[in-house]
Design a protein around this ligand. Sequence first.
Ligand SMILES: C[S@@+](CC[C@H](N)C(=O)[O-])C[C@H]1O[C@@H](n2cnc3c(N)ncnc32)[C@H](O)[C@@H]1O
Length: 282
Amino acid sequence: MPPPPRKRPNFPGSKPWQRPGPPPPKKRAGEQGWDPVAGWYDKLVGDKGSDYHRNVILPAAMRLLAVAPGEKVLDLCCGQGVLIPLLLEAKAGAVTAVDASPQLIASATKRFEKDKRVRLIVADACAPGPWADGSHDAAACIMAVHDVPDLPAMARQTAAALKPGGRFVAIFMHPCFRIPQQSHWGWDEGRKLQFRRVDRYGVPQEIPILTHPGQGGGLTTTFYHRPVGEVLSAFGKAGLAVTECEELFSHRRSQPGPRAKGENRAVQEFPVFMAISCVKLP
Ligand SMILES: C[S@@+](CC[C@H](N)C(=O)[O-])C[C@H]1O[C@@H](n2cnc3c(N)ncnc32)[C@H](O)[C@@H]1O
């Protein structure tokens, strides 16, 4: 017969004993949108964009969007507004910029409040809103397709925002080669080549992303990985037909050294971002 369970002694004034459990979960920025990391993101992107924005993302976005003077353009998930100056430079007649983070919209407001052409709106891109009114000639969603929890809903609202025949451009992390925590560089010493290793791809995942690596901030946002077919189908089913797909490569090059040739070749073989142009079907 097993011995009776031992009773914990009760010391006077002591708190009731509690079984030690796992520590409470860290607060995830993903649960509160991007507000908790808005200051960090604003600093990272600044007025002109991050290194990747300036060299790869923004030039591709503007080339694919091909904004004509006077057009009304929607910037969906605009963040602190990095695309807006380029839209204004291209002489857009009006810019509607939407983001779910009040803090990031506040940063954008500081930059653009004096420009009457810019309308900034705090809203969920996955839900119906006043901006989804069929009045826009073109729309862009830059680096946020993987940040929204319900992509089919966002695609439907984007289509609702456009005129028939309106254009839509999305640029996002390449779903095949840039899956956070599940894709990495590796070096094959025998063949002197750098390869890309992909551990998981086919199953959609919610991946926490640490925003201040090395600074002990501990805040995370959520990255929604979806296989490429799921991404393209979300737009197609919303009536946004893909007319062009570009895979965008890094502009960065290796320091001279024994691996430079292999590394530089890999950079030209494995794209970082995917860009799609769509047109709204009538
Ligand atoms: C990586 S940032 C990109 C921002 C900006 N387009 C850029 O390139 O700097 C992702 C943005 O998506 C926004 N976002 C995420 N989910 C959203 C949603 N459901 N509705 C609107 N914005 C959302 C976040 O607030 C954040 O500003």
